[in-house]
Design a protein around this ligand. Sequence first.
Ligand SMILES: [Zn+2]
Length: 342
Amino acid sequence: MAMVSMRQVLDEAAKGGYGVGAFNVNNMEQIQAIMEAARETNSPAIVQASRGARSYTNDRFLYHLMMAATELYPEIPLVLHQDHGNSPETCKSAIEMGFTSVMMDGSLMADGKTPADFEYNVRVTREVVDMAHERGVTVEGELGCLGGIEDGHGADVDALAHLTDPDQAVEFVERTGIDALAVAIGTSHGAYKFSKKPDGEVLIMSRIDEIHAKLPNCHMVMHGSSSVPQELQDIINKYGGQMKQTYGVPVEEIQRGIRSGVLKINVATDSRMAITGAIRKVFVEHPEHFDPRDYLKPARNAMKEVVKARMISFGQAGHAGDYQAIPLSEIAKQYKGQLVSA
Ligand SMILES: [Zn+2]
């Protein structure tokens, strides 16, 4: 199957009542881990790359790795998504490179750090929607700000002070025409999200219900949604790591979000931790090894297992064969139809 529009994958998820994990990648092994997990669970897959990932891999390597994935896993609907585009130019270069979905994060200024005002956010997001929809490419926007910094991106604000406002969300979706909305509900990027298991005081799941009530057809996205499992922290620390005790977003809270209209769940940290734990274990147990395959294979496998577990608990498992890819050119026509009728 050719790479598909994220809008199609999320529309199908909405129909089927399940969520779809979006997993960040920086290299071949991570793409392979996701594709194997998708095959073993028969799941549609969203692979996403941040600006940092694109500069690390170089776009051409990333593009051809993804093309290889579509050839080797033809049964998997596969999306390549730009995570946290900081400007229309970044989104434009992603679209030109072959991404089938882009995020324009206009909640922050182009520096990726300074919180932006609402009008700026509407303007840059609308600009990207016009450019992307013309080519059938999906657009995710963000309203409100997450805590934490990842890949150099993030305001590092108090997550609770910048929650998504439900009324403003209605106006934002109407004025921008986005396909998916990233909501701020108290989560943060990176591993250090919560200092204890989160409750309703710090992880405001009720905000999702409030937004869903006002925007029942809006595809919501949860960022910063790694679960940061205790067992992965323990493996890393057992083999010489020094991660401070931390808590992520429990899988059951994500499942609750999915029941309230969340369709895309971003996961990066859990994959990184699985990889790091597996590599540390090999280094400690087999200090004589020096072939990178001796640690990259278990690392790839560890990431595959965590991705599989998420695909199963988000509900996307079993749904890869539900639909055929609609060509982006066809989706572009559908968007045009909407504009004409609007
Ligand atoms: Zn994010």
